[in-house]
Design a protein around this ligand. Structure first.
Ligand SMILES: [Zn+2]
Length: 166
C-alpha cells in the first residue's frame, strides 16, 4: 500500500497476496483457504484468541473504515473467490457489498475489468469444485507469482473480446 502507514498486520496480509501488474488485475489470496473455497485470514482478538475472516472482507473493512454487518455479503465482480482486490474507489474495486453488485456487473460488462480473469465462471460451481479450483489457483500463484496462464486455464473457452462475459 504505497502511502499508507505500514502495520505488521498489513504486512502479514499482503505477504499472502499476489497482485497482478495492471491496476485492474485481480489480487490473488495465497494463504489459507476454507472449505467454502474462500480465503481465511486469522485476526487476533482482544481476548487473546484468533478469529478467521475472509481476507477480502478484512481488507474492505480496513480500507473503508466500515464494519460490514454480518448479513451483508461482499461480492466479487470478477467471480474469483480468492480475489481480494478492494479499493475505496468503487470503479476500481473488484468487491462491493451486495447492494452495489448491480452497478458493478454493469461496469464489468462494459469492459473496465479486462484483466482476463473476468471470463472465469466460478460463480456457478458446486462448493467442492470451487474449493478444488481455488486450491489450484492458489498453488499456481504461490509457486509462480502472478500467473495469467493459471487464470486462463480456468476459463470456459470464451474469447477475450466477447463483450458479455456472463
Ligand atoms: Zn478480482
Amino acid at each position: 500500500m504505497p502511502g499508507r502507514q505500514s502495520t505488521s498486520a498489513e504486512d502479514r496480509f499482503f505477504s499472502q497476496v499476489v497482485r497482478g501488474p495492471a491496476p485492474s488485475d485481480c489480487w490473488i489470496w495465497t494463504g489459507a483457504i476454507g472449505d467454502d473455497g474462500y480465503g481465511r485470514f486469522w485476526v487476533p482478538q482482544p481476548d487473546g484468541g484468533q478469529r478467521a475472516m475472509r481476507p477480502q472482507r478484512r481488507l474492505y473493512e480496513h480500507l473503508t473504515g466500515t464494519a460490514l454487518h454480518p448479513t451483508v455479503l461482499l461480492l466479487h465482480a470478477c467471480d474469483i473467490p480468492l480475489c481480494v482486490h478492494v479499493d475505496v474507489d468503487d470503479s476500481v474495486s473488484h468487491l462491493a457489498p451486495g447492494t452495489h453488485r448491480g452497478n458493478m456487473l454493469e461496469r464489468v460488462q462494459r469492459g473496465r475489468h479486462r484483466n482476463g480473469s473476468t471470463a472465469v465462471r466460478m460463480a456457478g460451481l458446486q462448493r467442492s469444485e470451487r474449493v478444488a479450483l481455488s486450491r489450484e489457483l492458489r498453488e499456481a500463484f504461490r509457486d509462480h507469482g502472478w500467473d495469467p496462464a493459471a487464470i486462463r486455464a480456468c476459463r470456459t473457452g470464451i474469447a477475450p473480446d466477447t463483450p458479455t462475459l456472463w
